[in-house]
Design a protein around this ligand. Structure first.
Ligand SMILES: *[C@@H]1O[C@H](CO)[C@@H](O)[C@H](O)[C@H]1NC(C)=O
Ligand SMILES: *[C@@H]1O[C@H](CO)[C@@H](O)[C@H](O)[C@H]1NC(C)=O
Ligand SMILES: *[C@@H]1O[C@H](CO)[C@@H](O)[C@H](O)[C@H]1NC(C)=O
Ligand SMILES: *[C@@H]1O[C@H](CO)[C@@H](O)[C@H](O)[C@H]1NC(C)=O
Ligand SMILES: *[C@@H]1O[C@H](CO)[C@@H](O)[C@H](O)[C@H]1NC(C)=O
Ligand SMILES: *[C@@H]1O[C@H](CO)[C@@H](O)[C@H](O)[C@H]1NC(C)=O
Ligand SMILES: *[C@@H]1O[C@H](CO)[C@@H](O)[C@H](O)[C@H]1NC(C)=O
Ligand SMILES: *[C@@H]1O[C@H](CO)[C@@H](O)[C@H](O)[C@H]1NC(C)=O
Ligand SMILES: *[C@@H]1O[C@H](CO)[C@@H](O)[C@H](O)[C@H]1NC(C)=O
Length: 335
């Protein structure tokens, strides 16, 4: 009897659960275009999709296996928090309707997307990660991206983005990671990037950047990696940047003076060599003077001894002569 009641409650719970899997048909129609499923498909059942209890699509983790584009209707899914796609099956351009997704926190789209980055993305005020790396995007970085105050990660690497690096990026005050490698960016590195006080990794390599490395980058105290190689930067590496204890890459900037090695050599030439020469000079001077003194005193001694020898020999001679004289005198007395 008890078991019968238990079975009934279990069955009722299962039925409730299944019926609770209601879904928002309109939202699923948009998502099904991306998933390339039937219009009537309950997208909340897909392993790629998460829905809220009330049937709104909240997360899309998607890896396509045939070419498809992002439907503009995706901009109606205002509960979306995540769009994460892998692989390289996305084609077409970024719909400006993406800018309507006011709750979006992660936007990661990889594939063969082309066209410009829509300025409307600057409306995504809750966005924490914008990763459009590895596409065929072109045109400039829209200055509206400077409005993304919550952004921590901005990765636009491996595209064909042109124009300059905008000073407006300084307003991304929560940014920890900025990667713009392998684009077609030109102009100089804006000193304003030195205001991104949370930045840990900055990669601007493989562009066509000119001008000096701004000393303001030395303000980035949290920086761990700075990659500027394969550009056309000039001047020298500012001492403010050298002072940072970071991984720094600046190779293949033909006009950039990487003076750090020369400096060491200069220090050797300017300070150490004269000191060594001076010390050698002092030592040799002391030795010379010492030897010279020693030689002088030796000469004096021998001259004296010769003198004394000769005086004594003279004395001897005089003595001898005296003896002879006295001898003669004695003989004379006897005679
Ligand atoms: C959904 O998006 C499309 C294109 O962006 C638009 O024309 C349509 O009115 C939207 N539907 C609703 C219900 O908001
Ligand atoms: C979104 O951004 C565009 C262009 O940046 C702007 O014209 C528009 O007013 C914004 N829409 C909203 C709802 O903030
Ligand atoms: C940076 O992020 C924190 C939360 O991680 C947030 O409270 C803060 O408002 C953000 N800063 C800005 C300037 O928006
Ligand atoms: C990149 O963009 C430039 C114009 O800015 C264009 O001339 C060039 O063909 C593009 N390259 C690729 C690989 O799309
Ligand atoms: C950054 O934001 C502030 C305030 O929102 C604004 O006054 C300033 O002009 C912005 N910086 C740039 C370079 O746009
Ligand atoms: C940002 O950087 C510029 C140039 O380095 C500087 O003049 C400005 O005061 C900085 N702004 C803020 C808010 O730190
Ligand atoms: C920047 O992105 C490229 C390719 O996406 C990657 O190889 C490189 O390591 C990144 N740079 C940093 C500093 O993480
Ligand atoms: C780099 O920029 C300079 C001028 O700023 C231009 O003359 C040169 O053609 C550019 N190089 C490439 C590879 O785009
Ligand atoms: C580097 O810059 C100089 C001067 O602006 C320019 O003449 C030269 O073509 C540039 N080199 C490359 C590879 O872009």
């Amino acid at each position: 009897m008890n078991i019968f009641i238990l079975l009934i409650t279990i069955i009722i719970t299962i039925i409730k659960c299944v019926s609770a899997q209601n879904y928002n048909e309109e939202e699923c129609i948009s998502v099904n275009k991306l998933l390339q499923k039937d219009q009537s498909y309950n997208c909340c059942q897909s392993v790629y999709i998460s829905c809220s209890n009330d049937g709104h699509v909240t997360d899309i983790y998607f890896k396509g296996d045939s070419l498809n584009s992002i439907p503009p209707e995706i901009g109606n899914l205002t509960n979306l928090k995540t769009i994460y796609t892998r692989g390289d099956t996305l084609i077409g351009s970024l719909p400006s309707e993406l800018g309507n997704l006011a709750n979006l926190e992660y936007l990661h789209l990889a594939g063969k997307l082309n066209g410009n980055i829509p300025p409307e993305l600057g409306n995504l005020s809750n966005l924490e990660e914008l990763n459009l790396a590895d596409n065929h995007l072109s045109g400039p970085i829209p200055l509206e991206l400077g409005n993304l105050k919550q952004l921590k990660i901005l990765d636009l690497s491996y595209n064909n983005i042109s124009g300059i690096i905008l000073p407006e990026l300084e307003n991304l005050s929560n940014l920890t990671y900025l990667n713009l490698t392998r684009n077609n960016l030109m102009g100089s590195i804006p000193p304003e990037l030195g205001n991104l006080s949370n930045l840990e990794k900055l990669d601007l390599s493989n562009n066509n950047l000119t001008g000096p490395i701004p000393p303001e980058l030395g303000k980035l105290t949290k920086l761990k990696t700075l990659i500027l190689s394969n550009n056309n930067l000039s001047g020298s590496i500012p001492k403010e940047v050298k002072k940072l204890n970071i991984k720094l890459h600046t190779s293949n900037n033909p006009l950039l003076k990487t003076k750090s090695n020369h400096n060491n050599i200069n220090i050797i030439i300017i300070i150490i060599i004269p000191i060594v020469v001076f010390i050698l000079f002092i030592i040799s001077a002391v030795v010379y003077v010492y030897l010279k003194n020693k030689k002088n005193s030796n000469n004096c001694e021998s001259e004296n001894s010769i003198q004394s020898y000769s005086t004594s020999s003279q004395q001897y001679k005089t003595n001898y002569n005296n003896e002879i004289e006295s001898d003669i005198r004695i003989k004379a007395i006897y005679l």
